[in-house]
Structures are given as structure tokens and as C-alpha cells.
Design a protein around this ligand. Structure first.
Ligand code: MN
Length: 225
């Protein structure tokens, strides 16, 4: 049976986290390791220079005094075997476009990917039916467990206010009218699935910097600095 780790940034008391737990319980053995309070918009922050405290609330339930990324790191320390999958959510509020930079929900999934574990971040519109969003998350979880994810790639899933029953593969948008973005998909009622990569190198823009290192180096050699 699969072992699935659930975390979030809304805190362990979030009803949307509980809905996710229920939806995933048919797929695998669930462990919840989540912040003891709301830590939304904590991005990829981690606790340094002091141990991260946690409290075991039940055999498979841990409340962590730390950020979502701390939760993933702590979970990997608590358990001998890493999980087959990490799901972060369901966040009560969309994480699209530049929200992704601030999101603790997405950061927890990113931390899992850094540690080599397939991971999915799931968010829902703040007034959406999060039980239905959790059911959608479970379907996507099954897909990931069956087919895997490329290394260093996570899925950022967003559930719309009123779902049209369909899914769209999207890219991170910047504003509403851009085509094929997370924004557009949600506005049209799709569940948006954006593959995000952890490595942020701007591969398409190396040309812009051609000659820069020679020019920078020349300043030092000619001035004798
Ligand atoms: Mn949140």
C-alpha cells in the first residue's frame, strides 16, 4: 500500500486538510504532518539554528511548530521510510500566477521534490467546494502514483469556484487574459494543473548574457585592479 504524507500551510485544524485526508484514505496509508497554526504566505522559509518542535496528536498525526517546508523536513526525520507521495493542501484560496512565489502550500511540495519525493500542491478557490477539490486531488494522486513525475517537477493544482468537470494543463500566468494559463483555466471553470520546476535557471535567456563574463573580466585585467 502507498504511504502518503499530507501537509498544508493553513494549519493542521483546516477542514480542507481533513477533507483531503478522507479522500486519500482509499489510496494509501495517510500521515499528516502539518503546521500547528496557519502559516499561509510563508513561502519556502525554514527554521534555522533551533530544533523544530512537534507534537504527536495521534499515531499518524503530527503538529509542527514551523513552516510547511519545516513539516516536510521534519516528517522525513520522524519516519524511517520516505513516503511515496507528498500532497500539500487543500489550500483554502487559489495559488496561481505570482501567488506561487509566496505560497507555503507550493513550497511544501517543492521541498518534497528537493528531497526526491513526488509532490502535488492543491489549492481551491476560497469559496469553492473543498470536499470536491479533495476528491479531484485524490484522482490526480492516483495518476502521479501510477505514472510518476519528472525529477524536480511538482504539480500545482487549482480547483475553481464552480468546476465544469474538466481538467486543463496550464502554465503559470501573470494576469487574467493570457491564454493557456492557470488564471484562464480557473476563470473558465477547469481544474488547472501546472507542472512547475524547482530549478529556476532561465534556460531561454542565456543569449542575452553573451559576452558579459568577458566584458566583466576585461575591466579587471585592463585596470590592473
Ligand atoms: Mn494557505
Amino acid at each position: 500500500m502507498y504511504r502518503i504524507l499530507i501537509t498544508n500551510d493553513d494549519g493542521i485544524e483546516s477542514p480542507a486538510l481533513e477533507a483531503l485526508e478522507v479522500a486519500l484514505s482509499t489510496i494509501g496509508r495517510i500521515t499528516v504532518v502539518a503546521p500547528d497554526r496557519e502559516r499561509s504566505a510563508s513561502s519556502h522559509g525554514i527554521t534555522l539554528n533551533q530544533p523544530v518542535a512537534y507534537k504527536q496528536l495521534a499515531p499518524n498525526r503530527f503538529a509542527v511548530q514551523g513552516t510547511p517546508a519545516d513539516c516536510v523536513i521534519s516528517a522525513l526525520r520522524i519516519f524511517a521510510k520516505p513516503p511515496s507521495l507528498v500532497i500539500s493542501g487543500v489550500n483554502m484560496g487559489s495559488n496561481i500566477g505570482s501567488d506561487i512565489l509566496y505560497s507555503g502550500t507550493v513550497a511544501a511540495a517543492s521541498e518534497a521534490a528537493l528531497q526526491g519525493i513526488p509532490a502535488v500542491a492543491v489549492s481551491a478557490h476560497s469559496r469553492a467546494d473543498y470536499v470536491s477539490a479533495a476528491a479531484v486531488a485524490a484522482r490526480i494522486a492516483e495518476q502521479v502514483l501510477e505514472h510518476g513525475l519528472p525529477p524536480d517537477v511538482i504539480l500545482n493544482v487549482n480547483y475553481p469556484l464552480r468546476w465544469n468537470g474538466e481538467f486543463r494543463l496550464t502554465r503559470q500566468g501573470r494576469r487574467a487574459p493570457e491564454p493557456l494559463t492557470d488564471y484562464e483555466a480557473l476563470a473558465m471553470g477547469y481544474v488547472s494543473i501546472s507542472p512547475l520546476q524547482i530549478n529556476r535557471t532561465a534556460h531561454n535567456h542565456f543569449e542575452h548574457f553573451t559576452g558579459w563574463t568577458d566584458q566583466l573580466g576585461a575591466v579587471f585585467t585592463s585596470d590592473g585592479v
